[in-house]
Design a protein around this ligand. Structure first.
Ligand code: THG
Length: 263
């Protein structure tokens, strides 16, 4: 499973401060730590507070690439911010994200084509996040079909069922899991499935436990990738163990170490 490191996000105080004061050392450290812990892609999000978000995205992308060459997931709701980041990516990037909203989808599919990037689509549209599984899957299908029509291979389409905090919408987790299952049978080869795992535990007392269990349940449903914190060792151990139990690799007594060495 691909763990996309979530920590370079202006939502976090240290990253917000680094952006404000142009302190490269903080970003270097957060990037290196996530890669060392097993992230093979890093999410980059300037957060809600950045004054000039285009400049902040450019600075983050350049700064991260000074210390690592893992590909980046350029995370913004604003197309100009996405484009500014994509232009600077040395490796094939992931655009995070489009929705099923027609106008937005067209702009972002073109952006993905122009920059040879992969495209992440959220199963929501201008009307919000649907409650029902079929409605979410329908949006996923629309995103996949639109991308394919533009010549983007299925393998480059990553669909996100949308994870909401269990504290505020306890009834949302089951349809989210069901949506993952359905997205995996949309086509053969199937699109990739991905989610923002830590959304699930926002506001919870024991966030780590909620994240960990939500991750393994999602893996069982067919989740391929998660935007998550790779420095949470228990989360990573649970992820690796779930991969083992799902028969993704052969058991050996030192399977946790062996998996990490192979990353
Ligand atoms: N889907 C996709 N992309 C996403 C999300 C998603 N990108 C952003 C987000 N959701 C995933 N990343 C995070 C990063 C941090 C947190 C949650 C999701 C988080 N942050 C602390 C909080 O809000 O409590 C910040 C506070 C702190 O600790 O300093 O939980 O769903 N495609």
């Amino acid at each position: 499973m691909l763990i996309i490191g979530e920590r370079i996000n202006g939502m976090f105080k240290n990253v917000r401060k680094a952006i404000k004061t142009k302190d490269k050392s903080i970003i270097h450290e957060v990037a290196k730590k996530q890669v060392a812990a097993g992230s093979r892609m890093l999410d980059v999000n300037v957060g809600p507070a950045a004054a000039d978000d285009v400049a902040a995205m450019q600075w983050l992308v350049e700064t991260i690439q000074e210390v690592t060459d893992v590909p980046l997931s350029i995370d913004s709701a604003k197309p100009p911010v996405l484009e500014a980041g994509l232009k600077l990516c040395k490796k094939k990037a992931l655009i995070n994200s489009t929705t099923g909203e027609q106008a937005k989808l067209e702009v972002l599919v073109k952006l993905a084509k122009d920059h040879n990037a992969a495209l992440l689509g959220l199963c929501m549209d201008e009307k919000g996040i649907p409650n029902s599984v079929p409605a979410r899957v329908e949006i996923g299908m629309k995103i996949l079909a639109t991308a394919m029509e533009a010549g983007i291979p299925t393998d480059d389409v990553h669909l996100d069922p949308v994870v909401l905090p269990v504290k505020f919408g306890q009834d949302q987790i089951k349809p989210m899991l069901e949506t993952i299952k359905e997205l995996k049978i949309l086509s053969d080869p199937a699109p990739k499935t991905v989610c923002g795992l830590s959304n699930s535990s926002q506001g919870c007392v024991d966030r780590h436990l909620v994240n960990r269990i939500c991750l393994v349940m999602s893996q069982a449903a067919g989740l391929d990738e998660a935007i998550a914190d790779p420095n949470d060792k228990e989360l990573m151990d649970a992820m690796i163990t779930a991969e083992l139990l799902l028969n993704k690799f052969i058991y050996c007594d030192s399977y946790l170490d062996a998996y990490r060495k192979a990353l």
